[in-house]
Design a protein around this ligand. Structure first.
Ligand code: CTP
Ligand code: CA
Length: 234
């Protein structure tokens, strides 16, 4: 087989990738969280490192098996909550040419963190957990532009529903977030979330398609960096 040489088109670029899923504590032993493995974000960090970038991975609750896929040269900042992820990403973003938000960020967090383990009350029934909305880290980055010329990239896993198909939801989200690029992944029906083959469409901030790719998370990662490199060179 013909082996393509690795493009070294990110040499001299500093990039930040968030990965994994944030957790919002309820009490000392419980949290609200999601099933993100961090594999797509780790694939993005690996690909950027291979292409010559200086890479910082802000990793939310990623298992050691997945973290073990990272090359030694990638800087790692472990975080748990959305607030911690936001601080770490924004700190690193001040020096970055590119920020990719591949993390599954909890949309909501409990209003109160119980100091003690929540107990079953015999008489009062199950507790109601009051939630508040987390900041939108990606939308803030797109708005604030912490560094001149910075490219801001989001990820969205979408399913079709009564109100629209995967791409129409993705286009609406791309326009709402204001990021330079939004990589839209079709999930459900056996696609995404742990599956080997992913289908990704990269949209610009107007919701127009700039690139699409299907394949492994590594192939998706390279398609995203290809789109980023096009913007950096423009
Ligand atoms: N994101 C973020 N901060 C949040 C929520 C999401 O930075 N509080 C980022 C994710 O990291 C991802 C992108 O926004 O890059 C899209 O996430 P998604 O959950 O699809 O978007 P939401 O705006 O939360 O919309 P939805 O209601 O579909 O969850
Ligand atoms: Ca969300």
């Amino acid at each position: 087989a013909l082996v393509q040489p690795t493009p070294r088109d990110l040499v001299g670029r500093r990039v930040v990738v968030s990965a994994g899923g944030t957790r919002e504590p309820l009490d000392p032993v419980r949290f609200l969280g999601n099933r993100s493995s961090g594999r797509q974000g780790v694939a993005l960090a690996r690909a950027a490192h291979r292409r010559g970038a200086d890479v910082t991975l802000v990793g939310a609750n990623i298992g050691s098996e997945v973290l073990g896929l990272l090359p030694a040269g990638v800087r790692q900042v472990p975080v748990e909550t959305t607030a911690e992820l936001r601080t770490a990403v924004r700190g690193a973003a001040e020096e970055a040419d590119v920020v990719v938000m591949a993390a599954a960020v909890a949309d909501f967090r409990p209003v109160a963190l119980s100091e003690h383990k929540i107990k079953k009350a015999e008489d009062s029934g199950p507790p109601l957990i009051e939630l508040t909305t987390n900041p939108d880290v990606l939308a803030e980055l797109a708005q604030d532009r912490l560094r001149v010329g910075q490219v801001v990239v989001g990820f969205a896993a979408e399913t079709g529903d009564q109100s629209g198909d995967v791409l129409s939801h993705g286009r609406e989200k791309a326009r709402r977030k204001g990021a330079d690029l939004l990589a839209v992944n079709a999930v459900g029906g056996g696609r995404g979330f742990g599956e080997v083959t992913n289908e990704v469409t990269v949209l610009d901030s107007d919701g127009a398609t700039v690139r699409s790719a299907a394949g492994t998370k590594d192939e998706v990662a390279d398609a995203v960096w290809d789109a980023v490199v096009d913007l950096l060179q423009a």
